[in-house]
Design a protein around this ligand. Structure first.
Ligand SMILES: C[S@@+](CC[C@H](N)C(=O)[O-])C[C@H]1O[C@@H](n2cnc3c(N)ncnc32)[C@H](O)[C@@H]1O
Length: 138
């Protein structure tokens, strides 16, 4: 499936290298997430894996990245091939998630903003909630 991100995937990847991303955005998100040791994590709207790879590096036992954009997932898989971390990537629509309830944490940075209306927002939240184990967090 083609999405708006296919044509800007490389530019987006470069944009993630801006210093403020690391000093403010990454710091804040990872601080909020806390200890990931041993956890199964799904990164919904993972993009080219900027955070997906950091989640694994922070100690997550298993990480799945999912994004609507084939090109973004391709870039994520290229990084996995160059420096394997054991992360799985899938092309998929986060508005229609159908993952098993086996994740301890769902991360969805810059995802819910793609809801066009309340119905889509509810579908996104329901899909995220359904893929979490009892006691899981998002
Ligand atoms: C601003 S980027 C954020 C990427 C990544 N989370 C990050 O913080 O670097 C937004 C991402 O959301 C993805 N996206 C938009 N709608 C989506 C959907 N319905 N399902 C899955 N991914 C979606 C886009 O393809 C894009 O990769």
């Amino acid at each position: 499936m083609r999405t708006d991100y296919d044509s800007i995937a490389e530019r987006y990847k470069r944009a993630k290298l801006q210093p403020w991303r690391n000093c403010i955005e990454t710091f804040t998100l990872l601080d909020l997430i806390g200890n990931l040791s041993g956890q199964a994590v799904v990164d919904v709207a993972c993009g080219e894996a900027f955070y997906t790879r950091r989640l694994r590096a922070q100690g997550a036992a298993r990480v799945l990245g999912l994004d609507l954009s084939e090109r973004m997932v391709e870039l994520a898989r290229e990084q996995e091939a160059e420096q394997p971390l054991g992360i799985d990537y899938r092309v998929g629509d986060g508005k229609n998630l159908s993952l098993p309830s086996e994740f301890d944490l769902a991360v969805a940075a810059y995802f819910l903003n793609y809801a066009a209306d309340q119905h889509e927002l509810e579908a996104m939240c329901a899909g995220i909630s359904a893929c979490l184990r009892p006691g899981g967090a998002s």
